[in-house]
Design a protein around this ligand. Structure first.
Ligand SMILES: [Mg+2]
Length: 210
């Protein structure tokens, strides 16, 4: 039961998210082959390698600095259309923290994820139902915001991960409003959005690491 998140807890959560993507990147590319150009697994894996590199180069105390370094690394990682969006997720998380933060209580942890998701929402401009990664991010945000402030971080993240999985599944019958998938029109109906699946895998990793 986690009442606070330490610097090491956050590193463990990020590494567990990287492991999820590493395990499933081939499936993510197959999903993308049905609605796009089939590179999503490869590009998001490259973003995740940038996360790992930033953790390994980090000083081990300052979470705000770590997340900002991760964000810059991810944005520089040639991550296709995913790179800038994931970069803004990590940058928003960093922006939500005070300098030299190394331990987060539950409200601070929720504010960190909230900052990340709101930042990617601004960058993406997609809404729920547009068949993008926001179909997983926004339900996860709602789950985090409705978690009891006095509750524990683990259960809040479990609820966020569950909401993200359901959100990703909900993209299956939809037409796409953004990106390459939009040009495919009704051909994408029946296929789940790979970006939304990736987001659900990130939150699965975050929640399972605790
Ligand atoms: Mg693609």
């Amino acid at each position: 039961m986690h009442e606070t998140l330490s610097y090491l807890d956050v590193c463990r959560m990020l590494e567990a998210a990287v492991t999820q993507i590493r395990t499933h990147h081939e499936r993510l590319s197959l999903l993308d082959a049905a609605v796009g150009d089939g590179d999503h697994g490869t590009t998001i894996l490259r973003c995740m390698e940038a996360v790992t590199n930033a953790i390994q180069a980090s000083n081990g105390t300052d979470l705000k600095a770590l997340l900002s370094t991760i964000a810059w690394n991810v944005m520089d990682s040639d991550g296709g259309s995913t790179g800038p969006l994931l970069g803004s997720f990590f940058m928003g998380m960093s922006d939500a923290l005070s300098p030299d933060t190394s331990d987060l209580d539950c409200p601070a942890a929720i504010a960190m994820f909230e900052g990340g998701i709101l930042s990617v929402a601004t960058q993406s401009r997609a809404k729920v139902g547009d068949k993008t990664m926001m179909d997983a991010f926004l339900p996860a945000l709602e789950a985090l915001q409705s978690a009891a402030p006095a509750g524990n971080i683990h259960s809040a993240l479990q609820q966020a991960a569950q909401a993200a999985i359901l959100g990703a599944e909900s993209t299956k019958p939809l037409l796409a409003k953004f990106g390459r998938a939009r040009n495919l029109g009704p051909r994408v109906i029946g296929h789940i959005d790979p970006g939304a699946v990736s987001v659900s895998l990130l939150f699965k990793g975050f929640s399972e690491a605790l």
